[in-house]
Design a protein around this ligand. Structure first.
Ligand code: URA
Length: 252
């Protein structure tokens, strides 16, 4: 997929202390009509935690995850025991955002706060992510869907193991199919490796457009990494501008 690379606009200050205003050159992204997940929950955001008792839930491994609707997917994730992470999790973390959205963000795995609250990116990295999104006129409650590669917290926030990623990947694939994003932001090594099946460093994959299941993918650094490596925030902003250019029709 060819893409004209425009020089990125200057990076806004994404720090917590100074909430970022939407960049003037970029009007807020329009909301897509929210598709009903189920008749009873029309227009409601995707639940962060399924409310179905585990005993009522069939094992998703005996079902075709690819055929699940949002309700079925939430149920299957809440009941999942496909890897050892189910032993230590407090909540599964499916995702947050509208049932359909033009933008989708994929991170790594829930951390402690996410495990407690059942929602992705609610800690310090999440605040930075929200600021970055806000700078583009995006908001997790209105027009961007956020998910992780893993739906359960690895103990002590250790790295995801290949088998855990492999077991969880059908859920992510189904989320992408249901959300129908026009662009996916892959944030960090594990999102990039999972979506692109590539072990190349992020620095080598940035700046061009990849694809997952036919959806354009833009690679960038993980917000937690950016909190430790402030100078790379400018690069992350350039990556977001690349994704925004794609949405504006600049080369998709
Ligand atoms: N880091 C992630 O990759 N995902 C989260 O939900 C929180 C921190």
């Amino acid at each position: 997929m060819g893409l004209r690379l425009l020089p990125p606009s200057p990076a806004p200050d994404l720090s917590e202390a100074q909430p970022v205003q939407p960049a003037p050159a970029r009007p807020p992204a329009p909301e897509r009509p929210v598709q009903p997940m189920r008749a009873a929950t029309a227009a409601a955001p995707v639940p962060a935690v399924a409310e179905v008792p585990l005993a009522d839930v069939p094992d998703e491994r005996t079902e075709t995850v690819d055929a699940l609707d949002w309700g079925g997917l939430a149920t299957a994730v809440a009941a999942c025991r496909a890897c050892g992470l189910c032993e230590s999790r407090r909540n599964t973390v499916l995702g947050v955002g509208p049932a359909q959205a033009d933008w989708m963000v994929v991170g790594e795995a829930p951390g402690e706060q996410e495990d407690l609250q059942g929602e992705p990116f609610v800690g310090p990295a999440g605040q930075l992510l929200d600021n970055m999104l806000r700078a583009l006129g995006l908001d997790r409650r209105r027009n961007v869907y956020i998910a992780n590669v893993l739906k359960c917290r690895p103990p002590g926030n250790r790295n995801p193991q290949p088998e855990e990623v492999a077991r969880c990947e059908p859920f992510l694939r189904r989320q992408v199919a249901l959300v129908q994003p026009r662009v996916i932001l892959a944030m960090g090594r594990f999102a990039v490796q999972t979506l692109l099946q590539s072990s190349e460093p992020i620095g080598r994959l940035r700046g061009r457009v990849h694809a997952y299941q036919g959806v354009p993918v833009v690679v960038t650094y993980h917000p937690a990494y950016l909190l430790r490596n402030l100078p790379d925030k400018a690069k992350a902003w350039a990556d977001l501008c690349l994704a925004a250019d794609l949405m504006d029709g600049g080369g998709a």
